[in-house]
Design a protein around this ligand. Structure first.
Ligand code: NAP
Length: 351
């Protein structure tokens, strides 16, 4: 592990310099890694490991779009692609990458497939930490480990193909074999992580649920909508409201934040913008802080996971989600977004 200073706080992290891909291959050379679920994370992790020379099998329910996608991606039915239970029986490392609600539904079948010394791998602390709700309690004679990429499965794959990576946290909940840590790090490197940082299952699920409900998705969508609505209410055109709220952010400013940080972005904007942003940032911070407090409490208490499991276990959960997503999609703001994107020079050329 390398000790790195993060803004004055030292943390131990791992990159492929401390734990090389060659070492990962060596650690995993006798393992059969079974990726259960070919949704969002499944394809990214499975394909990266396969390209890195790891022995990978996919388990996915048959007659589904995800099964067809696995076939298109090169997994061969009966050889490297099997129905979930059949695949689980073949693995020494079982990567449990069904949706979190799916993990609960299928668990009674998976527990029967675990052999002594297997590693049960998660990319989220959800199932283990909220065991009272999920009923997922692994047997004592397996390793229980986690590697959680801090990005969508899609970017796990696209960044890998670009030659970059997504950072991941890792944790060990149960070390039966004495090899849990080396297995975890090897898998973390094999799926193409940028750098790996240690966490616990609890810290991972608490921060992850907060992040996606907060700045990454929920809060972002909420504040964008508030600003767009405000500008529209005061007579600004959809084009003006959208450009000042989303397009300028995604096409310009957030790219600068990604490259050089918020401090650099601030200092490379007009002094008019700097003055205003420095004055208003603390007001927004203080206004949303109580909402974040409530959010974190609801995550820790299990209220959020209860809602997720209830909603996403219903047989018609997909249709219901689609209905809500359609409202967002058909709103003036996001319809404007479709039009604005179609007018980008690179998209106009395609018309
Ligand atoms: N999404 C991300 O980028 C991301 C990021 C970091 C961590 N994670 C974690 O990674 C894990 C996988 O997440 P994901 O987003 O990839 O999940 P997802 O796309 O929602 O997973 C869907 C997969 O689960 C299967 N599935 C769902 N319900 C099922 C059921 N009742 N029986 C059998 N199969 C079922 C789906 O099969 P069908 O296609 O047949 O429905 C599909 O293969 C989760 O623990 C998640 O928290 C996800």
């Amino acid at each position: 592990m390398a000790k790195i200073n993060f803004g004055g706080v030292e943390e131990e992290v791992i990159t492929s310099e401390e734990f090389s891909l060659e070492k990962a291959r060596e650690v995993l050379k006798d393992e059969i890694v079974v990726v259960l679920g070919y949704g969002v994370q499944g394809p990214g992790q499975a394909l990266n490991m396969k390209d890195n020379g790891i022995n990978v099998i996919v388990g996915q329910r048959e007659k589904s779009k995800s099964w067809d996608r696995a076939v298109q991606d090169g997994f061969v039915p009966g050889k490297t692609l099997f129905p979930i239970e059949k695949a689980a029986r073949k693995g020494t490392v079982i990567q449990y990458l069904l949706s979190d609600a799916g993990q609960v539904a299928v668990w009674p079948n998976i527990i029967k497939c675990l052999d002594k010394g297997n590693a049960l791998y998660f990319s989220h602390g959800f199932s283990i930490v909220y065991k009272d709700q999920t009923g997922i309690v692994p047997p004592d004679n397996v390793d229980v480990i986690l590697v959680a990429p801090k990005g969508s499965g899609r970017t796990v794959r696209t960044n890998f193909l670009d030659g970059s990576g997504i950072n991941s946290s890792f944790a060990i909940h149960q070390d039966f074999t004495g090899r849990a840590k080396e297995r975890t790090l090897a898998l973390g490197i094999a799926i193409g992580s940028g750098y790996l940082f240690p966490t616990t299952f609890e810290k991972e699920v608490h921060s992850d649920l907060t992040g996606e409900r907060g700045v990454l998705m929920g809060c972002l969508a909420g504040v964008m909508e508030a600003q767009y609505n405000l500008l529209r209410k005061h007579g600004h055109s959809p084009s003006e409201a959208f450009n000042e709220t989303v397009e300028e952010l995604t096409q310009s400013l957030i790219r600068l934040v990604a490259e050089n940080g918020m401090d650099w972005m601030f200092s490379n904007c007009s002094t008019t913008a700097q003055r205003g942003a420095l004055d208003w940032a603390p007001k927004f911070r203080d206004a949303v802080a109580p909402v974040f407090d409530t959010l974190y409490k609801k995550v820790v208490s299990g209220e959020e996971t209860r809602r997720v499991l209830e909603a996403n276990s219903a047989p018609d959960y997909r249709e219901k989600l689609d209905k809500e997503l359609d409202v967002l999609k058909n709103s003036e703001m996001w319809q404007t977004g479709t039009t604005v994107r179609s007018l980008r020079p690179e998209n106009r050329k395609k018309l």
